[in-house]
Write a protein that binds this ligand. Structure first.
Ligand code: G3P
Ligand code: MG
Length: 249
């Protein structure tokens, strides 16, 4: 059984706000979402921040890699104008800021650990340590723990070592034959996969094995209904403006 929210705002606010910014998280909240997915990467000075791309250029101006840039410099950048001029005040948030925001508003988090190439283990370790410390604070001890996920097994291995009590999900573009070994090794609770590459047969296999199954990025209700029929438990969506209520029962 899926124990997390069934519809999850992808990158904070989907297509309605600049991704992975507090503006996006606020937007998701305003649209009634209490579950969010976002991407976390390390800066050069090993500060985890919310960002998707390894290299600057798409959502913020620049050509550097995130892992070659200092957090204090990245925090100055306009992370909203690429989306629309009125979002020019949006900034890249630190992971801690996102944790604070979500904890304050009771938002469940799927933290996608998104390491730059070569930084897999250290990203998993630092994100997990910060999460562990954050949840040790008495204020937040009653909140449901987030779910870590990653395409990178090394990141999940390191997260498991640093914060074994925070649940983990494997992300696959296409579910490989090795998924059961990966699940066992990581003691993962869920598989997240691209719905475009999922088959009814594979969904059934995963569900029969007792795993939770979530799909990204599902932006169409009919498709979501079909996936649901296959046994898919949850959906990451950019279309937070759709009426997802029929999928929630
Ligand atoms: O975590 C699900 C999904 O976000 C994975 O793909 O590239 O959007 O981070 P991506
Ligand atoms: Mg993601």
């Amino acid at each position: 059984m899926w124990t997390y929210p069934k519809v999850i705002a992808h990158r904070g606010g989907g297509v309605l706000a600049p991704e992975n910014t507090l503006t996006a998280f606020q937007c998701g909240l305003d649209w009634g979402f209490r579950a969010v997915e976002f991407d976390v990467m390390l800066t050069k000075d090993l500060i985890p921040i919310a960002i998707h791309d390894e290299k600057l250029g798409r959502t913020v101006v620049g050509k550097e890699r995130v892992c070659n840039s200092l957090a204090q410099d990245l925090f100055q950048l306009d992370a909203g104008s690429w989306f629309a001029p009125e979002f020019s005040n949006s900034r890249l948030p630190g992971y801690l800021q996102v944790l604070e925001f979500c904890a304050q508003h009771g938002i469940w988090m799927n933290v996608e650990i998104k390491p730059a190439h070569g930084f897999e283990a250290i990203t998993g370790k630092i994100v997990a340590e910060i999460t562990h410390d954050f949840y040790q604070q008495t204020n937040y001890s009653s909140m449901q723990l987030p779910l870590f996920s990653s395409f990178k097994l090394d990141a999940l291995r390191a997260a498991k070592l640093a914060a074994p009590n925070v649940p983990r999900a494997l992300i696959y573009k296409r579910i490989p034959n090795s998924w059961q070994e990966d699940v066992r090794e990581l003691n993962a609770v869920a598989l997240h996969t691209n719905h475009k590459n999922l088959t009814a047969k594979m969904a059934k296999k995963v569900k029969r094995a007792g795993m939770q199954l979530a799909c990204y990025t599902v932006n169409n209700l009919d498709r979501a209904r079909m996936l649901s029929h296959w046994g898919v438990d949850a959906f990451f969506t950019d279309r937070i403006d759709l009426d997802w209520r029929s999928l929630l029962c």
